[in-house]
Design a protein around this ligand. Structure first.
Ligand SMILES: *Cc1c(COP(=O)(O)O)cnc(C)c1O
Length: 412
């Protein structure tokens, strides 16, 4: 048994999550605890909802965090909407499409899975054609899949879903606050994000938003818990259609996030301090400015990677700005390179999953990690480590190219 204090080593985190966190967020999280019904805390809840609507680009009333990591938010929305036998179409272009499938199957959905090659996304027409053929209640899909670094255009899909009276539920965990995500304009009915990606808050909450189309279903399935329900609520409980999960029951959670302040689980107060501060910093920076910052550091990183003589994986026209997938040079052990980067330079980059395991490295430029210092350090260190691994590189060119990119912007 160790009784020595844990000393966190210095790290530069360049993965697609979790990412570095602004010290102001960490400071907010160390504030003292409030009761979950304290008026000061409930007013913080309301303020957080306002900020979330802004960041998620929506006029939806419901915009609040689920306690748990991003997949908790995904599970909460899907299990609150899906009933046994409901048809769900899942167009998938990476690992997180499979996660949607896993969750929908467990909710008892009749899942129709459509997949495309990893590194590509769908032509929206293909999804729309399949939606018209399958006639699902829900189309569930990922906006930006971090496993392949690709981003699916959603606008046409959203329009077609609305026209065909089908719900569109989107995992925008990795893209919100790093690039444009227009919930209302794209006709997204339910949207889930996470804290540890571009929101740059520690992992542990999953902000969601949904509109009246989803709320209507949730309310039909509402069954307030025994022990807190009134006589009248007990009599009107629709137990047959009741949402299967207690913890993720949005019909009860939304009551806690309303003036009713219905008691459900104990809110994660310190996490909410962090989320509020993180959202506040996003609005203070400005959404457009923030998207521009993610594009700039992506550009610098890519120019450095190319100048070094390395190549990128995937269709570049649908690349996520906050994830850059680098092909591992022939004959090189990708994990050994990552290990040395961490050991010698304290820099963490990611590997990938499934068919891409051992084939690509994924470098994240998200939130607070998305800054010049991190990009230049990563390029310089990657070069040094690759030279140690015997890779022939254009020595020195990577960092210079990235510096050129920054200079060309700074001089304008
Ligand atoms: C990271 C990620 C998730 C999973 O998030 P957890 O917070 O680990 O539950 C889901 N979807 C996408 C697209 C992601 O990038």
């Amino acid at each position: 048994m160790s009784l020595s204090p844990y000393n966190v080593p210095a790290r530069t985190i360049m993965t697609p999550g979790p990412v570095e966190v602004d010290p102001r967020v960490l400071r907010a999280m160390s504030s003292s605890i409030l009761g979950q019904f304290d008026p000061s805390f409930t007013s913080l809840m309301n303020d957080t909802m306002d900020l979330l609507r802004e960041v998620l680009q929506t006029k939806n009333h419901w915009a609040y965090p689920i306690d748990g990591t991003s997949r908790a938010g995904i599970e909460a929305v899907l299990c609150s909407v899906i009933e046994e036998g409901d048809r769900v179409l899942i167009p998938s272009f990476g690992r997180f499409g499979y996660l949607l499938m896993e969750i929908c199957e467990r909710c008892g959905a009749d899942v129709h899975f459509l997949s495309c090659e990893w590194g590509e996304v769908f032509d929206p027409e293909e999804i729309i054609k399949e939606m018209k053929r399958v006639r699902p209640k829900i189309v569930a899909m990922v906006h930006g899949d971090t496993s392949t670094g690709r981003m699916q255009p959603l606008k046409d899909v959203g329009y077609a879903c609305r026209e065909n009276d089908c719900l569109l539920i989107v995992d925008a965990v990795a893209t919100v606050a790093g690039t444009e995500v227009k919930t209302d304009e794209w006709n997204i009915d339910g949207l889930i994000t996470g804290t540890q990606k571009c929101l740059s808050v520690p992992s542990g909450m999953a902000p969601i938003t949904y509109n009246e189309r989803i709320e209507e279903i949730i309310l039909e399935r509402k069954a307030v818990e025994r022990g807190i329900a009134t006589e009248e609520q007990l009599l009107s409980r629709n137990v047959d259609r009741r949402i299967r999960s207690n913890y993720f029951d949005l019909s009860q959670l939304q009551d806690y996030w309303s003036p009713a302040r219905l008691n459900h689980h104990t809110e994660a107060t310190s996490m909410l301090y962090g989320l509020y501060e993180g959202l506040r910093l996003i609005i203070e920076e400005g959404l457009e400015e923030r998207y521009k910052r993610h594009r700039l550091h992506e550009r610098a990183l890519i120019s450095g990677i190319h100048a070094m003589g390395l190549s990128l994986f995937g269709n570049s026209s649908v690349k996520m700005p906050m994830v850059t997938c680098v092909s591992i040079p022939e004959g090189i052990d990708g994990d050994s390179v990552r290990g040395m980067l961490l050991q010698e330079f304290g820099i963490e980059i990611a590997s990938s999953f499934g068919p891409l395991q051992g084939k690509i490295w994924r470098i994240g430029t998200m939130g607070y990690s998305c800054q010049k210092r991190n990009v230049l350090l990563t390029l310089a260190s990657l070069e040094a480590v690759l030279l140690r691994h015997g890779v022939k590189l254009k020595t020195g060119d990577g960092v210079q190219a990235a510096m050129d990119t920054y200079q060309s912007v700074e001089q304008r």
